[in-house]
Each structure stands twice: as structure tokens, then as C-alpha cells.
Design a protein around this ligand. Structure first.
Ligand code: C2E
Ligand code: MG
Ligand code: MG
Ligand code: MG
Length: 292
């Protein structure tokens, strides 16, 4: 009897494994074609400077416009793209698209914004990455000093020397570098002090708890103090409330992103948003002004 139950469970496990594996394979196949079919889009989330309250830039965030499933969030396919090696093609597409958008904004008169681009650890572990970056910059004609690359928190693929070399080459190319999701990954204090990055982004996980959860508050304060000792700027992710904003301002955090200011906007919404704040607000953000 016990044996039978065990076997049934095992059978059930196998079946659900098969379903999952089959779904993954189907998705991988669809993902493979998605670039050719132009199914990816970038949305852009504004970054706000906390002392001047001005929008200073935006982060490009990829979405998959799936014909049946609608807009699919990156958490649902980036890992798969990494596992299957498609991340290189996807990453290149994101890079080029974000550069083109930056050029287009400049042409439209929105010429003072920084464009941040997320990188995955597989992408930067590719020894050809710097050359690829330089090529895309040249081909798109983007002003490289307007770009910021966000290094992922999980850089297990690179040792500290490799990371230093990479960041130094990228800095020589003229781009700014930030460390994403700081506090969640493997970048040690040693790495933070040795690698010449410009800023750290405090992960949403910590911001979420402030100001009421004492531990989150203490960690956030400690990260900001440490970053400032190392001459790094701090960007807080996922700011949703005025209380969180107040806490971060009191802690001298330089910049923030989050739904309090604006969620990620599509291309059209972004242009509308920027012209609104430039005309009405001298470039300052307006609470609740982002489109739904
Ligand atoms: P991330 O780089 O840390 O991006 C911040 C995520 O937090 C975004 O989710 C953003 O929409 C979300 N967010 C921003 N403000 C708030 C807020 O106030 N509340 C809440 N609850 N969420 C907020 P998204 O767009 O789903 O992206 C998730 C992750 O996927 C990103 O985290 C990044 O690691 C990855 N990703 C996105 N685009 C790309 C890309 O082009 N390439 C690579 N390699 N990874 C990407
Ligand atoms: Mg990011
Ligand atoms: Mg982040
Ligand atoms: Mg994060």
C-alpha cells in the first residue's frame, strides 16, 4: 500500500516534471523566435534626484509582448534566456534599442537624461562584451556619457580581477556603471571598494520595510553611509510611499525610483511624461502624474 502510494506520487512527480519541462521547451522555442518577430519592447522607469526632485534619467526594462500571453515580465523569461544562451542576442537587442531610444529622446529635445541598461551575468561573462558595447555605441551614434550600465547582483561568473578589468574597460569607453540590487547578491565589501563603479542601487527588499521595520531602516542607513564613504551615489529602488521618500531624503540618498514617482512607461507614455514635467514643472516630478 505504502509502496503503491509512493509509486503514484512518483508518477505524479514525473508527469508534472514533464509538463514543466515541456512548457519550458515551448517557451524557449517561442523565445528563440521572439526577437525576429519583434515581440520584445522596452519600458522606461524614471529616476528622480531627491534634492532637486528632478527626473534625471530612466531605466530600460524589457518586456515580452507575447501573442497569447500578453506582456510578460522579465522575471518570467530572463532566466530561461540565460539558460538557453539566448541572453546574448536578447541583451544585444536591449542595448541597441535603449541606445536608439536615447538618441531619439535627444533629437526630440530631451537631451539631459541618463539611460540605464540592465545587464545579466552571462552577458558580461562573455569576453566579447566590451567590443560589442563599443560597436553598438558607434552604430547607434549615442552619446556614451548619457549611458549607465547596471551590473547584476549575481556576478558569480566573474572573479574580482575579471570584474575590475571589465569595469575599467567600460569606464574607459565613457559609460557610467552601477551595481544593481545591492544587498542581495554576492558583491562583497571588498569588491565594492576595489571595483571603480559610480553608484549602487539599494534593492527594493530593504526599501519595502522602511520606515516602520527597524532592521530595514538600519540596513538602508548603513548601505547609504558605506556607499558615501566610498564616494558612490545611492539610488533607492521601489519607493512607493512618501514616508519611504522622507526617510531616504533624511539619509541623504541621492536618487530613487519607484511607483511613487512613476512606474515603467512605454515609449509613447515616456515622451508624454517628459514633456509634461518639462513644461509644467521645470523637470521636477509630479506625484501621481504618470499614466496608468
Ligand atoms: P531591477 O533592475 O531591479 O528593476 C526594478 C524592478 O522593480 C522592475 O521590475 C520595476 O518595474 C520594479 N519596480 C519599480 N518600482 C517599483 C515599485 O515601486 N514597487 C514594486 N513592487 N516594483 C517596482 P521588472 O521590470 O519586472 O524587472 C524585474 C527585473 O528583471 C529587473 O530588476 C532586472 O533584474 C531584470 N530585467 C529587466 N529588464 C532587463 C533587461 O533588459 N536585461 C536584463 N538582463 N535584465 C532585465
Ligand atoms: Mg536594474
Ligand atoms: Mg534593481
Ligand atoms: Mg531589485
Amino acid at each position: 500500500r505504502a509502496k503503491e502510494v509512493g509509486r503514484n506520487n512518483y508518477q505524479f512527480f514525473l508527469n508534472s516534471m514533464n509538463i514543466r519541462a515541456a512548457r519550458r521547451m515551448l517557451m524557449q522555442e517561442e523565445l528563440r523566435n521572439a526577437i525576429e518577430l519583434s515581440q520584445f519592447v522596452l519600458h522606461y522607469q524614471p529616476t528622480v534626484k531627491l534634492d532637486s526632485q528632478k527626473v534625471v534619467g530612466m531605466e530600460a526594462l524589457v518586456r515580452w509582448n507575447h501573442p497569447d500571453r500578453g506582456l510578460v515580465a522579465p522575471d518570467q523569461f530572463i532566466q530561461l534566456a540565460e539558460d538557453s544562451g539566448l541572453i546574448h542576442k536578447l541583451g544585444e537587442w536591449v542595448l541597441r534599442q535603449a541606445c536608439l531610444q536615447c538618441v531619439a529622446l535627444e533629437k526630440a529635445g530631451f537631451d539631459s537624461y541618463v539611460m540605464s541598461i540592465n545587464l545579466s551575468s552571462k552577458q558580461i561573462a562573455d569576453p566579447g562584451f566590451v567590443a560589442l558595447f563599443n560597436r553598438v555605441v558607434e552604430e547607434t551614434g549615442v552619446n556614451v556619457s548619457k549611458l549607465e550600465l547596471e551590473l547584476p547582483a549575481d556576478m558569480l561568473m566573474l572573479d574580482i580581477q575579471a570584474m575590475m578589468d571589465l569595469v575599467q574597460s567600460l569606464k574607459r569607453a565613457g559609460v557610467m556603471i552601477s551595481l544593481d540590487d545591492f544587498g542581495t547578491g554576492y558583491c562583497s565589501l571588498g569588491c565594492l571598494s576595489q571595483v571603480p563603479i559610480d553608484s549602487v542601487k539599494i534593492d527594493r527588499m530593504f526599501v519595502k520595510g522602511i520606515p516602520y521595520d527597524q532592521k530595514s531602516g538600519e540596513v538602508t542607513n548603513a548601505v547609504i553611509a558605506l556607499a558615501h564613504k566610498l564616494n558612490l551615489n545611492v539610488i533607492a529602488e521601489g519607493v512607493e510611499t512618501r514616508e519611504q521618500l522622507k526617510f531616504l531624503q533624511d539619509a541623504n540618498c541621492e536618487m530613487a525610483q519607484g511607483n511613487l514617482f512613476s512606474h515603467a512607461l512605454d515609449e509613447e507614455q515616456l515622451a508624454g511624461y517628459l514633456s509634461n514635467i518639462e513644461q509644467g514643472q521645470n523637470g521636477r516630478f509630479i506625484y501621481g502624474s504618470s499614466p496608468d
